[in-house]
Design a binder for this molecule. Structure first.
Ligand code: LLP
Length: 421
């Protein structure tokens, strides 16, 4: 459920007509709903009630500091995967002891940054990383709290580019080698082993792969405890999917996911951490765009938008489906026709949808891409020197630009001409 509904014939973001935002900031732009972000965070938090737990928002999904602050004031922790994301969490006022550092290639500089600023734990993904972290922490007179990310070799049944829990993926250490890797961790002077981490993929629409992975983690907890490790925290990753089409898709709810966690791991007395990103931000954001031209091609009509693949890469990269809806509500009986919906970038891959049934649209009409809040703005680029689109946050009747569109001067001034030119 989200807070983007038609009211009086116009799509609203909470109580603000989307067309009013377009008039104020120009198109294209991203708009997020505070109420939806809060609702989704609370669903996870409530789902784990009764367990000692922390919901660490995976900010890679949408990392504007205003979004992070919205969640942080509800008590959210943060899952970060770079020094930059760590600094964003700090800028949002998140204390170090609520920041988890994930990622397969943390640099020594990033480790130092997090150890200096405070960190809940590092989720370590390899032996060389473990050795590097131990050395960095020891050099600072500290012991770094760690979990080891194990790769449970389960099929997440999602798009290949976002599955991470099969043995051929680059993530984690094979669960079959966990005992020796934990033994190494225990020997390293700069580390303090506190738990286990697992994350098997993103946009999972079935609980079964999670269940299989979590059962393996539960079993491993017993084995590692018997080996003498004080396993007291389980980080279960993110990955719960969202409905991208309205109506015919019903991924499991956070409450069902929480119940499954309690059932598989609740008896172990561990603190539970989860790292949802998409489910918190995905349906809390729209990308709004204007039709520049309607072009009649051979046997098909193209809607050419002012948004492009550089603004929302998911259709080009994952063949992802996003519902695209007119901002002015079509009459219930309005006839639909098929359009290829494309952007202005000079690649055929700059196609958002093929033969998509839409009511007739004309140049100047506004459309909104639904479910664009996660992995939308954060994956944008300035390809074709198209400025990054602004981000807007709505809260009830109020809205604020939370990232402005850069000017062309700002963009051009980043380039530096060497002295010989
Ligand atoms: N934790 C770790 C270690 C992760 O790698 C990820 C996502 C998450 C948590 C959050 O997963 P979520 O709850 O959002 O599914 N760009 C792709 C998705 C990439 C996901 C990468 N890792 C997309 O647009 O579908």
């Amino acid at each position: 459920m989200d807070h983007f509904l038609y009211k009086d014939g116009v799509l609203h973001a909470e109580d603000v007509p989307v067309a009013d935002i377009a008039a104020a900031v120009g198109t294209p732009f991203y708009v997020y709903s505070t109420a939806t972000l809060e609702r989704h965070f609370n669903l996870f938090n409530d789902a784990l009630e009764g367990l000692d737990h922390l919901v660490c928002y995976a900010m890679k999904a949408a990392s504007n500091v205003a979004i992070l602050k919205t969640l942080a004031r509800l008590g959210a922790g943060m899952d970060v995967v770079s020094g930059g994301e760590y600094l964003r969490a700090k800028a949002a006022g998140v204390p170090g002891d609520k920041i988890v550092f994930s990622g397969v290639g943390k640099t020594r500089e990033e480790m130092r940054l997090a150890l200096e600023g405070g960190i809940r734990q590092f989720n370590v993904e390899s032996e060389p990383e473990m050795e590097a972290l131990s050395a960095v922490a020891e050099g600072m007179g500290l012991r770094a709290p760690i979990t080891v990310r194990v790769n449970p070799d389960v099929d997440a049944k999602t798009h290949a580019k976002i599955a991470t829990g099969k043995s051929e993926n680059k993530f984690g250490i094979p669960i079959s080698r966990a005992r020796e890797v934990y033994a190494l961790a225990a020997r390293l002077p700069g580390l303090e082993v506190i738990g286990i981490d697992v994350h098997i993929g993103s946009q999972l629409t079935d609980l079964e792969p999670f269940r299989q992975a979590y059962l393996k983690v539960g079993e491993l907890t017993g084995i590692l405890r018997a080996d003498g490790h004080d396993i007291r925290r389980l980080d279960l990753g993110g990955g719960l999917g969202i409905p991208y089409t309205r109506g015919n898709e019903a991924p499991p709810l956070p409450s069902q996911y929480g119940a499954m966690i309690k059932e598989t791991l609740g008896h172990l007395g561990c603190e539970i951490e989860i790292e949802p990103g998409r489910l918190i931000a995905g349906n809390a954001g729209l990308l709004v765009s204007e039709v520049i031209y309607v072009k009649s091609g051979e046997g098909r009509d193209f809607l050419i938008l002012d948004a492009a693949m550089n603004d929302l890469i998911r259709p080009a990269m994952y063949d992802a489906w996003h519902d695209i809806v007119p901002v002015i509500q079509p009459a219930p009986a309005a006839e639909q026709q098929p359009y290829d919906i494309v952007g202005p970038v000079c690649e055929s891959g700059d196609t958002f949808a093929r033969q998509r049934m839409m009511p007739a649209l004309a140049a100047g009409d506004l459309v909104a891409f639904r479910s664009a809040g996660a992995y939308g703005a954060v994956m944008a680029s300035e390809y074709n020197t198209r400025p990054l689109v602004p981000e807007v946050l709505v809260n009830g009747q109020d809205f604020a630009v939370i990232r402005a569109r850069p000017t062309f001067d700002e963009i051009l001034n980043r380039d530096i001409i060497p002295s010989w030119l």
